[in-house]
Design a protein around this ligand. Structure first.
Ligand code: PMV
Length: 310
């Protein structure tokens, strides 16, 4: 069997995180500067091996718990393809996507494994199936995920996402530049989604209103992106961040980075993803990007990534 390799990009949520779990739209885009790569090859040792040096994992599939996300993904490929006796093979994983930081690392790893393994077995799965299997794995990482991460990562395109609705991509009227700033704080999305759920359960009418306001911002942002109105996009980012603060998913470190980005000339800034750590994003003009990156580093960013949308 030939060695098979597949890579999947990271992602960032531009607008609408958390409210998307409650049926409002969200916008997300792939980040190709970071990637997860899976390579599957035959081994002479027997059994199915997983090698993931990033997380210090080198083990036989059968020795790991079945709810381990990597084991779950591999087994879901075997069962989807009705393979009861898998051939001896090694699944080797490498990723430059920081873990638990809102860059879609879990989804990218799942998508890369599903594609590489199904290709290795001579039965490459179509995108819809890849997306579906990656979504099942997301539930292990995130509890009650909306499915936005696996969708953007599978299709590697900007996505206007609504829960359980057909996937819509959107047109980018004029390319724009996003600076991602990482707090270095690893914050599981499961926890922040759980904390917003508690707020919502305690006062549904209040939070439904907040989510609806987020949904309006997302809709306006999509239109601003389509007509290439970068200034409006910046304002909408700021407005979305304020609502995320109200949901108490921001933190001092994120707020400091958001503030530093704005002060150094970014057109707008907000946290991105689950919050309580992880990443923030700033809308920057290309010329001003180095100044924003410096300001973010001085304000405590552990890394910055520059990415272009469109
Ligand atoms: O933390 P991330 O980037 O994986 O994004 C989570 C986005 C949420 O809306 C908070 C949860 C979800 O599943 O959509």
């Amino acid at each position: 069997m030939p060695v098979t390799t597949s890579s999947a990009p990271g992602k960032i949520i531009l607008f609408g995180e958390h409210a998307v779990v409650y049926g409002r739209p969200a916008l997300a885009v792939p980040v190709t500067q970071v990637q997860a790569t899976a390579t599957v090859s035959e081994n002479s040792r027997g059994g199915v091996m997983i090698e993931a040096p990033n997380i210090n994992l080198s083990a036989d599939l059968s020795s790991l718990p079945s709810d381990h996300p990597l084991v779950f993904v591999i087994n879901s490929v075997f069962s989807t393809l009705k393979i009861s006796n898998p051939p001896a093979c090694t699944v080797y994983l490498q990723s430059t996507i920081p873990i638990a930081s809102g860059l879609g690392s879990g989804a990218a790893v799942s998508v890369a494994i599903i594609r590489a393994l199904s290709g290795f077995l001579g039965k490459p799965l179509p995108d819809e199936k890849v997306n579906l299997l990656a979504f099942e794995a997301e539930k292990l990482y995130h509890g009650t995920p909306s499915g936005i991460d696996n969708t953007v990562v599978t299709y590697a395109k900007p996505v206007y996402f609504i829960l359980k609705k057909p996937i819509k991509t959107f047109h980018v009227g004029a390319p724009f530049t996003i600076m991602i700033g990482g707090t270095g704080i690893s914050a599981p999305t499961k926890d922040s989604v759980g904390s917003v759920r508690k707020l919502w359960q305690a006062d549904k009418p209040r939070w439904e209103k907040v989510f609806t306001r987020v949904g309006e911002i997302v809709w306006n942002a999509r239109q601003a992106i389509e007509r290439g109105d970068v200034a409006e996009l910046g304002r909408l980012m700021d407005a979305n961040h304020a609502l995320l603060q109200e949901m108490t998913v921001s933190c001092v470190e994120l707020d400091d980075l958001v503030e530093a980005a704005r002060k150094s000339g970014a057109l707008g800034a907000k946290l991105s993803g689950g919050g309580h750590g992880g990443n923030m994003i700033a809308l920057v003009e290309k010329d001003n990007a180095p100044a924003v990156a410096r300001a973010l580093s001085s304000a405590g960013a552990k890394r910055t990534i520059l990415t272009q949308v469109g």
